[in-house]
Each structure stands twice: as structure tokens, then as C-alpha cells.
Design a protein around this ligand. Structure first.
Ligand code: AHR
Length: 621
């Protein structure tokens, strides 16, 4: 195969073609990217058998020293948003330490090189210390020491106590650790005391307060996604009234009630709207913001007559983000520490209104109601429909398409947009190669090299058409390994480990090596398949991306027209075979290998070797 890459003649390529999509799915937020380490910190609900509910319990908390723990609703509550608290009853005659420990989200990562801080709200009579420490669940060894000094009476109501910032004395080799809050039993004998909004944070990404888990956020930043889409099924909620309510995810954590989430557990909303905006700013990402458009996952649709308050809420959400501090909602944002309006260019109206009974009402009134209101106030925003064709394609809206298909279909979608209408922009704001099967998420397959190469071929097709394809992002971004080991996600995590999938590396490499314009490639000696390609160029470099799928080791001769260069950088991604998968470091680690080498050519002509039949290869000249 000979490929000749032109020096001009293509189109402008979307600068945000490779992005990210976030929703809290299987503890990607709580217990994942959100830095809070305590599970069930404010008794906001529970998850059981994959269903999130409003039932409150003391799950993940365990009594120590003969005390009893229970859910309590006595007054005063910590806040109207957090009306449930944990009560500790201490038997009369108690001596010695009493208290409780928390399991964390499948344990805690204890690292003596990192800073931690713990806090809690307490109501009741107590003068003494609260000893806070990590303990290894297996050995019983304490791994840290930090003390809160408390002096309060029941009449004083709720008081917050915090430890000083501490570093553990020892690191734990795995996540089998718990976190203790221990009291002087003699001072509490015969009493009841109340607790709410517990917290343990490890130092966060860029040291943000209430911020992101540092190692996960660093992996995400390294992926180099150019936008953050906020939306998905979490936006929709399982049914009324559990859609994502942006305004209840703001401000003091005491004022965030949380809600039963879509993916089997309660969401605390600690990782709220402003935390997500801060995340995007910290990673230099554009934001694709979604607004709830009246369709719930359980197929409930808001009627036309009942829709206006939902349109108002979306408009308030946008004013909160985009309005100056002189506007009603812009002022609320400013009061929360963000005086300047955010820059947002893309707003999606709903999520997957093409399914779950959404189309009739979306076409009849829902899309237009949101589109007309938003477009009238923010005419420069690109508004995105979630059904194709959009109800308003002629008015300039974009469409968002979500292919979750098998590997072969992804390969066949290489040319999906070659003949697409140039009249309206396309987003692939969710996609993934999956395997047929049944899980709660329906996204089976823990990405193999074959699946990642198939996704890469689809992305080549998107890049070739990136005059109309604005962005692509994988679904899901992050999942907890212990909860969903067999399903697809770009990144999986435990409390102390991170798994970067082969799809992660495809997306990272594709984003790392991309120009500003597409350029035509002429092939001789073969056509598309088993090798597929796409080329882009910037003012200084040309990038030829190639993917070998179900092929064999071979060499491709590449000519970069107009180049006099004699060396080029070759970046490859491959693994032992098409079914290889990456795993956690403790489960065998990564099967895939990324290599970067310099190859020598002559006046822009290079021989690019493929070492295997499944391989991603990028030539940067
Ligand atoms: O990525 C998981 C889910 O898949 C998204 O929430 C939803 O939009 C899609 O169906």
C-alpha cells in the first residue's frame, strides 16, 4: 500500500473533535472522580440490587465499642436538605473508646505522601477528642493519627469539627482500609449524639476545595479531551422528580439534598455544576452543557401544558452560567465565587430523546419549546438535538448520535459521514464498541484491542469528516472496577488503582496528534481495509493516522507531498492479540503498548512498518 498525503485541499477540522462525556455512572463521580472518600456521608439515600432509592440507612458505617448506630430524624436537622442524621447511642456505664468506622467506596487509598483532612457535623453533649484514623482491615494496624478537639453542648446544636491536615504514617499496599471516628466513651456514657455530613478528602487535583481525586483527574487530563459534555441518562433521571436539578447541586454541601441516581446508587451532588465547570476550566476544555428536556428514562414525558417551568429552569441554568453578575442567576454564580460568566458554545436539548418514547413529543413540542427560548436569548449558541434528523435542522441546530454497536459495525461505520448532509453539524457525544450480552448497563465488553481498533477506524471516519463532525466522546468515561469489571469505560478505578483501557489510548493518541485541517490522501496498491487512514495538518506538521484491523504485519509506503523532511515520529499502539485487554496493575496490568520512535526517510517519503494485524499507527512529520 502506498499513501500520498496532499499538502492542501481538505477542510477545516473541528478543534474539539476528541472530547469527553461525563455523568455519574457506576461511581464515576461519587466514589470516583469526586474527591470525597466517605461513603453514605449524609444519609441521602441508598442503592440496592442496582436500584437507587430514597430509603435511608447507616450502610457502610459500623459501630465500635458497644454503641448502637441508627438513622434519626429528630430536630433540629443539620439543614432542610439533609434531614436524616446518624444517631449514636452509648450505653450507661461505658468506659474506653467508642465510635464507628466507614468502609469508604470499596476501601480507602492510604498514601503517606499525600495530605488528608477529615471533618464531621455533630450535635449533642461532648467534651473530648475525636480520634480519626485509617486502619488496615486485614491487619488491624492503624495507618494515621489525627485528632479533633470538641467541646459542645446539646443546646448549641450542630457544630462542625475538622482534623488538622494530616499525612498517614504508613502507606497501604492495597485499598483494604477503613476510616475511624473514635470518642472517649466515659464522656458519652448513657447519652445519644448525632452526626451528619462526614468527610475525608485526600489532596485534590490542583488542590481545589471539594475537588477531584488527583490520580483519576490527572489520567483524564492526560487523555487530552478537548471538551466536557455534561449530560446522559443522569440528566434525565429514572422518573419524576429525579431529573438532574442543576440548582440543587450548588453552594454549601449542607444545601445539596442529592437524589437517587440513574445508575444504581444515590448521588450526593457534591460534584455539582460549578465543580464540573471548574474541572473543565482546569483541563482547558470547552463545555457541552445539557438541559433537561422533559423526558425521563422510565418513558414519562412532561406534557406540553406542564412544560413551561422546565423551560424556565433551563433558561435559569444558562443565565447562571452565561449571565453577567448583574443578572438574577449570574449574581448567584458570582456569590458562589465565580464573578465572570463562563464561555459555553454548545447546549444539548435533552438526552437520547430518540428512544424511551421520546420522539413524538420531542418533534411535536419539546424540542421547539427549548430551542426557541434558548435561541432567542443566545442566538450564537449551537443547539443540539438528540434525534436525527433534528426537528429544526434548517434552523441551524446540530444532532447528537450515540452509536453503541458491535466491533464489526464500528469498522463498517468508517464511511458513515462521507456522504452526510453538510447542512448541519453532527456530534457523536457517546459511542462505544460493545459485545452482545446482558448487564445492567448493556455495555458489555471490557475493551479488547480489536474493539479499540474498530473504534479507532470509526474515529478516522469522523476525522475525515470533521468539517461537520464537531465532537466525539466515549460512553462511559469512568466506572468503578469493582462494580462493573466487565463493561466498557475509558477509565476504570478502584480506591487505589487505575485501569487505562485501550480505548483510552486510542482517544489520547488521536487527540495528541491532530492538525487544524484535514488533507486528502491518495492510495495506490490497495484501498480501505484492512488498513484505514486519515490525515490532518497544522502549520508545522502533518499527521497520518492509520489503523490495521484484521490484517497482517506489513509496511506502508507514505509520501508527504511538499515535505523535504528526512525523519518523522512514529507512534504505535498494539497488544499481543486482538482479544488482549488492559487490566488493573494488580490484575496483570496493561497488555497494550504505546511506542514512540523516530524513523528515517527521504524528502518526505517514509516506510511505515506494522508489526501486527491489529495496530494503530500515527506518523507525525
Ligand atoms: O454511557 C451510558 C449511557 O448510555 C448514557 O447515560 C446514555 O446517554 C446512553 O444510553
Amino acid at each position: 500500500l502506498n499513501l500520498s498525503v496532499a499538502s492542501s485541499g481538505g477542510n477545516t477540522s473541528s478543534p474539539i473533535l476528541y472530547g469527553t462525556f461525563y455523568e455519574d455512572i457506576y461511581h464515576s463521580g461519587d466514589g470516583g472522580l469526586y474527591g470525597e472518600l466517605i461513603r453514605n456521608r449524609a444519609f441521602q439515600g441508598s442503592g440496592s440490587n442496582g436500584v437507587a432509592s430514597t430509603v435511608r440507612n447507616t450502610n457502610y458505617w459500623h459501630p465500635v465499642g458497644g454503641v448502637t448506630l441508627s438513622i434519626d430524624v429528630s430536630s433540629p436537622a443539620l439543614s432542610p436538605s439533609l434531614p436524616y442524621q446518624m444517631r449514636m447511642d452509648i450505653p450507661a456505664g461505658t468506659t474506653g473508646p467508642v465510635g464507628f468506622y466507614n468502609d469508604g467506596f470499596w476501601g480507602f487509598h492510604v498514601d503517606s505522601a499525600k495530605r488528608y483532612v477529615a471533618s464531621v457535623y455533630m450535635r449533642g453533649d461532648y467534651s473530648g477528642s475525636i480520634d480519626c484514623y485509617f486502619q488496615n482491615y486485614i491487619s488491624g494496624a492503624n495507618l494515621s493519627t489525627a485528632v479533633m478537639s470538641v467541646s459542645q453542648t446539646a443546646a448549641e446544636g450542630w457544630k462542625k469539627s475538622s482534623t488538622p491536615v494530616f499525612t498517614p504514617s504508613d502507606s497501604a499496599s492495597d485499598g483494604n482500609n477503613t476510616f475511624y471516628y473514635m470518642f472517649d466513651g466515659e464522656h458519652l456514657a448513657g447519652k445519644s449524639v448525632y452526626f451528619n455530613l462526614f468527610s475525608v478528602f485526600k489532596q485534590t487535583y490542583k488542590n481545589r476545595g471539594n475537588g477531584l481525586r488527583e490520580d483519576l483527574a490527572t489520567s483524564l487530563n492526560n487523555m487530552n479531551g478537548k471538551y466536557l459534555r455534561i449530560g446522559g441518562n443522569e440528566l434525565e433521571g429514572n422518573g419524576p422528580p429525579y431529573e438532574w436539578k442543576w440548582n440543587l447541586t450548588l453552594g454549601d454541601l449542607k444545601d445539596r439534598p442529592g437524589r437517587p441516581g440513574t445508575w444504581g446508587d444515590v448521588t450526593t451532588d457534591g460534584l455539582g455544576l460549578l465543580e464540573m465547570m471548574q474541572w473543565a476550566a482546569d483541563m482547558g476544555q470547552e463545555v457541552l452543557m445539557s438541559v433537561f428536556a422533559g423526558l425521563y428514562l422510565n418513558t414519562t414525558v412532561i406534557s406540553e401544558a406542564a412544560l413551561p417551568p422546565y423551560v424556565d429552569s433551563a433558561m435559569n441554568q444558562l443565565e447562571f452560567l452565561l449571565g453577567t453578575s448583574n443578572t438574577t442567576y449570574g449574581a448567584k454564580r458570582a456569590a458562589l465565587g465565580y464573578p465572570d460568566p463562563f464561555v459555553i458554545n454548545y447546549v444539548e436539548i435533552g438526552n437520547e430523546d430518540n428512544i424511551n418514547g421520546g420522539p413524538p413529543s420531542y418533534y411535536a413540542y419539546r424540542f421547539d419549546a427549548f430551542y426557541n427560548a434558548i435561541h432567542a436569548k443566545y442566538p450564537s449558541l449551537q443547539l443540539i438535538s438528540t434525534v436525527n434528523p433534528s426537528p429544526s435542522t434548517t434552523a441551524g441546530s446540530a444532532v447528537d448520535i450515540h452509536p453503541y454497536k458491535n466491533e464489526a459495525t464500528f469498522v463498517s461505520m468508517f464511511n458513515a459521514y462521507d456522504q452526510a448532509s453538510r447542512q448541519y453539524p453532527v456530534w457523536i457525544a457517546e459511542y462505544a464498541a460493545i459485545r452482545p450480552g446482558t448487564t445492567t448497563s448493556g455495555q458489555v465488553g471490557a475493551q479488547t484491542l480489536g474493539m479499540a481498533c474498530a473504534e479507532a477506524i470509526f474515529l478516522l471516519g469522523c476525522e475525515r469528516n470533521s468539517d461537520i463532525v464537531v465532537g466525539t466522546s466515549y460512553g462511559a468515561l469512568i466506572k468503578h472496577y469493582d462494580e462493573e469489571p466487565g463493561t466498557v469505560a475509558v477509565i476504570k478505578h478502584t480506591s487505589n488503582e487505575i485501569l487505562l483501557t485501550m480505548s483510552y489510548y486510542v482517544q489520547k493518541l488521536f487527540a495528541d496528534y491532530k492538525g487544524t485541517d484535514t488533507v486528502p490522501v491518495t492510495a495506490t496498491g490497495g484501498g480501505f481495509g484492512p488498513i484505514y487512514w486519515s490525515a490532518t495538518k497544522s502549520s508545522t506538521s502533518t499527521f497520518l493516522k492509520m489503523v490495521n484491523y484484521n490484517g497482517s504485519a506489513t509496511t506502508v509506503s507514505v509520501t508527504i507531498q511538499g515535505s523535504m523532511k528526512n525523519t518523522a515520529t512514529l507512534i504505535t499502539l498494539t497488544a499481543p492479540n486482538s482479544t488482549s485487554v488492559n487490566n488493573l496493575p494488580s490484575h496483570g496490568g496493561e497488555a497494550s503498548k504505546v511506542t514512540t520512535s523516530t524513523i528515517t526517510g527521504s524528502n518526505g517519503v517514509f516506510q511505515v512498518p506494522f508489526t501486527s494485524g491489529y495496530e494503530v499507527s500515527i506518523l507525525a512529520v
